[in-house]
Design a protein around this ligand. Sequence first.
Ligand code: BG6
Length: 491
Amino acid sequence: MVHTIVIFGASGDLTSRKLIPALFSLHRKKYLPAGTRIVGVARTDYSHDQWRASLEETTKQHAADFDAADWNSFAPQIFYHPGDIGSPKDFVSLRRFLKELEGETESTRLYYLSTSPTLYASAIEGLGAAHALPIDGDDRPLKGDLSRRIVIEKPFGTDLATAKQLNQQVHEVFDERQVYRIDHYLGKETVQNMLVLRFANSIFEPIWNRNYIDHVQITVAEEVKVGRRGGYYDKAGVLRDMFQNHLLQLLMITAMEAPVRFSADHVRDEKVKVLRAVRRAEQSDLETDTFRAQYDGYLQEEGVPGDSRTATFAALKLHVDNWRWNGVPFYLRSGKGLSCRTTQIVIQFRDPPHLLFTNRHDSPWDPNQLVIQIQPAEGIQLQFHTKVPDAGMKLQMANLDFQFAREFRGQLPDAYQRLLLDALNGDASLFARSDEVEQAWGIIDPITEYWSAKDSPQLRHYPVGEWGPTASIEWMGKDGRQWFDVCPVLH
Ligand code: BG6
């Protein structure tokens, strides 16, 4: 089967930084199915060659494996068609162009919305209207045709109400099985490896529950600040930007039950069950279980109002009320302007039921921890006690490490490579389903509402280059626990 990928928002940053470099790398590795065509759509009046030339320059900067000869064999597959998402006639001319390009060859079509989210609804409506017209003998309905798919970038709505509305607009034109909602964290090799770790090994399952696990920490720490995205970020804040999607995805993958089969609906059914089990916070929980802060200097960022109370750092304590996890808190934390970039999941195990040894005088017992480092040093570390030789029964913590870079040669592929390939192959396992997105907003909305209320709790501040405010350490300390602040764990 031949494929056509139509990218709306062709002149945007995501297209040049991520999508085209990912497609180029797939082409280099010969993973991109032969004959795949890429059609860019935007308002700028480029010719095919002008767009190709501009992409060649940006791909040189952003693809880790740029090679001129491979680019020359890839470039002829790229086309450009000018069009305005607000103009119905441009969708008709796009359809004509695609028909001409594809000729009589049966081709799947992937419409990729890489535009500003404010244009998603018009783009979907435009596609629906243009497909409702029979063009050059093609009168097959769009809805339900699984060879016509739509890929939608995040953010999917800004709260539950807008996400529901967008889902409704999508479902007027596309069947859910045609929809691929992107969360690029699901395309990361190490996130997928979590599924393998949990469900391809039998040794973890017996201890992966409330009987052995004390709590779970999920941290996505970023060194970067908001940069040029102040205008967008100030409206979103860390909860909408990172928690509703990436952190909750990591929570689902950590907490889900084994699916019956590794197929899109089976995997997503289990993930959604986790979100359904997350306790909806009461007012009193919101006070104790949420924490927020802003980095010093945020108010001076371009596009940020001088009196903004937007959080750039947050920590949440979530409870998954089911048989496996009852009583095991999940601490989620993310922030910008921190001391180091790391994404890690820490499974902290309970202390042994009866302590025969002390590990250090007057210090708390060091717990066993399984650290899954998603990025940047991808790997897994297990921390356990060992006996120091020739020192009586003195104990010391030791590590067992697994590192992707040591075990496998070559760089890990960018998340978009896997996601684009899966969307082409019609596999939606690593994409968010409509109910998943809505459930996630259902968890986040009460917190954003609480934070924006007049009597909302204090917004703390923290200096750039640290692990967030020291008050976040005290917040965790109230539960008698400590953040795992090692970065990077593996190197
Ligand atoms: C994006 C957020 O979804 O994820 C950004 O909008 C954030 O603010 C980025 O920086 C983090 O992604 P990664 O892959 O660099 O961890």
